[in-house]
Design a protein around this ligand. Structure first.
Ligand code: GLA
Length: 463
């Protein structure tokens, strides 16, 4: 009995001893540190921070200008630090950096922490690339039009706006002055003055004119909204408008958005517009057919007809519906291309989402117009001035869009149009549809006509 008890005691002591040994072993495995967001970011550096790792004696800090750390700054190449932070100095202003750490004991070095991205404040002093966009694009093996959304009031000869437009851009779209509510004042009555000025500017300066847009639910003239005739008479009014406008600009306007935004944002149904209500679901095809017939009757066999819409890269139900309409128009042989508006943000859509969307148009053999590109950086109203971090993020996103566009097959390229020249003239902060909560900087030029990094990003996207 006694010896049995002794044996049990011995095994318990042995067991406890074994457990504590195991515990010691586990403790000695060095954990991977977690790096934290920097503090005190300034023109020349920042304070890098990370969490404590048990038993570590020091940390090895790497700082790099590349996210994959292919090159590491000489002073911060596994720099040994005993604290939980390090003031990194001697950097360049307005530049993107990355850091990571490893924990260290006498015997071990841990795995690398997560990577923290930080942009120093100020300017890096490197001037933006002043090359004119269309000049670089026109040197490509398969060039395309570089478009700009304009207003007639901006086309005064010799102004900075006019000079930049003629230097850099090879296509124009009217921001709103060629829409139905601007041109049509009553049944069969037209005010051509402003639209004519825009078209003449393009024709005189050898700039392509893209017509935007014949039919859009947000630009229906009051007289047509109030139209009291039958549905067939309503359709006849729309036909007459399309016919007269296409005829008036035959040979002068090279392409038209025939229908803009016919698909709803929810669930991929047709948008419930006055055109759908009065003319039925075939109205899109009818409008294209009338535009085509008018062009041919006026002797213009080269006019390109586009369907234009937004948010198709992220809204897949909408994308599917748009492509069903495009298929229908293709079968009827009345369409040449599709416009993807691309009112994007520095976070969305992703490269893959854009490519998937555009590649569906390539598969259909359609010309592709990136028709209204702008890239918001303050969609959450979390910045009150244009920060370096957003400047670089926007540059990268413009570069990505241009790269995707330029990689399209030659036959599918048409134009890449930017929706406005200067940040302070963009529609984004004022849009009631977008409900944008604050200021933004979505374009290629600042309010003083200085090229932004987004412009340099556009150029880099062509490389
Ligand atoms: C839509 C339309 C454009 C224009 C913008 C806002 O994207 O297609 O014509 O009205 O909204 O500038």
């Amino acid at each position: 009995m006694k010896s049995k008890f002794l044996l049990m005691l011995i095994s318990v002591v042995f067991f406890l001893n074994a457990c504590s040994k195991d515990d010691n072993d586990a403790v000695e495995t060095l954990e991977t540190p977690v790096a934290n967001a920097p503090k005190d970011v300034n023109d020349n550096g920042f304070k890098a921070k990370w969490n404590y790792v048990s038993h570590s004696k020091s940390y090895l800090l790497d700082v790099s200008t590349s996210e994959d750390f292919t090159t590491i700054l000489p002073n911060y190449n596994s720099k040994e630090v005993t604290d939980l932070n390090e003031v990194v100095t001697g950097l360049t202003g307005g530049t993107q950096y990355y850091y990571r750490v490893r924990a260290k004991t006498e015997a071990q070095i841990s795995d690398y922490s997560n990577v923290i991205s930080v942009v120093t404040t100020g300017s890096n002093g490197i001037p933006e690339d002043p090359t004119f966009l269309k000049v670089k694009v026109n040197k490509l093996a398969n060039p395309f039009f570089v478009g700009m959304a304009i207003k007639a009031s901006q086309l005064t000869n010799g102004t900075p706006y006019d000079v930049i437009l003629r230097n850099e851009f090879s296509s124009i779209s009217a921001e709103y002055e060629m829409k139905m509510d601007q041109i049509s004042t009553a049944s069969g009555v037209y005010n051509w003055t402003v639209a004519d000025k825009i078209v003449a500017y393009g024709n005189t300066n050898n700039i392509n004119v893209h017509g935007h847009a014949l039919v859009w639910h947000n630009a229906v003239p009051q007289w047509l909204k109030d139209f009291s005739g039958t549905d067939a008479e309503f359709a006849a009014e729309v036909k007459k408008y399309i016919t007269d406008v296409v005829t008036h600009y035959a040979g002068k306007v090279k392409s038209w958005d025939v229908v803009n935004e016919a698909v709803d944002d929810n669930g991929g149904a047709m948008r419930n517009t006055i055109f759908l209500q009065r003319m039925g679901p075939n109205y899109v095809k009818d409008c294209f057919q009338w535009a085509r017939n008018a062009a041919i009757a006026a002797g213009d066999t080269l006019l390109l007809l586009f369907y234009n819409d937004y948010a198709t890269s992220t809204n897949i139900a909408k994308q599917d519906k748009v492509f069903a309409i495009l298929e229908d128009l293709k079968t009827a042989k009345v369409i040449d291309g599709v416009g993807f508006q691309m009112h994007n943000t520095y976070l969305s859509p992703t490269k893959a989402q854009i490519e998937t969307d555009l590649n569906r148009a390539v598969a259909k053999g359609l010309k592709i117009h990136v028709s209204e590109l702008d890239i918001q950086v303050n969609q959450f109203n979390d910045i009150s001035s244009f920060t370096n971090e957003r400047r670089l993020a926007q540059k990268a996103k413009y570069k990505e869009m241009v790269k995707i566009y330029n990689a399209l097959p030659a036959a599918n390229k048409y134009a890449l149009t930017i929706w406005g020249m200067k940040d302070n003239e963009s529609w984004i902060p004022y849009s009631t549809e977008l409900n944008h909560p604050g200021n933004d900087w979505p374009l290629l030029y600042d309010s003083n006509f200085a090229v932004k990094s987004s412009h340099t990003g556009f150029l880099e996207g062509l490389d």
